[in-house]
Design a protein around this ligand. Structure first.
Ligand SMILES: CC(C)(COP(=O)(O)OP(=O)(O)OC[C@H]1O[C@@H](n2cnc3c(N)ncnc32)[C@H](O)[C@@H]1OP(=O)(O)O)[C@@H](O)C(=O)NCCC(=O)NCCS
Length: 155
């Protein structure tokens, strides 16, 4: 089945718009978040369509070390003056929350009954993630080594 791409808009906490490009085939969906201005990638999410009822989250990531494209002259000036480019951190602006809310609405509209997944992160504290998912309505079972997630979309 050919991949189908859609473009949608989400916003951060300050109302700044971002694009979410959704690439979808029969079993797998990849979402890429970019700035609305110049399409700079700032995050991604992936999920599996396990059955018509079940969506399984694979990953969600908002970048904390990305670099803005710059004109050549600026790169040369920085090189001459040994001045490194500062990485941009897009976390903690509300983009991850908007993206997960988008996935919830998108999968609900598609007719899914629940979203599953688990928490595994090298960078963000597990307790923080448990509270984050719970705040978005997920049940989190922490009796597993990697806490399991489940959101009932029919409630
Ligand atoms: C988890 C993640 C996707 C959240 O996206 P985000 O855009 O940074 O999160 P938001 O700005 O929407 O944060 C919402 C709330 O979650 C909590 N939170 C998120 N990241 C946090 C962090 N690193 N430390 C403390 N609290 C955090 C805060 O309560 C935050 O609200 P606040 O900033 O108003 O206090 C992002 O931090 C990330 O990519 N982390 C690394 C990858 C990862 O852990 N993915 C999840 C795998 S299960």
């Amino acid at each position: 089945m050919p991949t189908e791409t859609q473009r949608n808009e989400i916003f951060d906490n300050e109302g700044v718009p971002y694009w979410v490009f959704v690439d979808k085939d029969e079993k797998f969906v990849q979402l890429t978040v970019t700035t609305a201005h110049r399409n700079l990638p700032v995050g991604l999410a992936r999920y599996w369509i396990r059955s018509p009822e079940e969506i399984e989250l694979d990953d969600i990531y908002i970048f904390d070390e990305t670099f803005k494209p710059e004109p050549l002259w600026l790169a040369i000036v920085r090189w001459v003056f040994c001045c490194p480019q500062c990485p941009q951190n897009y976390q903690r602006k509300g983009i991850g929350t908007s993206l997960l809310e988008f996935i919830i609405q998108h999968t609900k509209k598609g007719g899914a009954s629940y979203i599953t997944g688990f928490i595994a992160s090298e960078k963000t504290d597990t307790g923080v993630l448990v509270r984050w998912y719970e705040g978005l309505g997920f049940e989190v079972d922490t009796s597993y080594n990697l806490p399991r997630l489940r959101l009932n979309l029919k409630k």
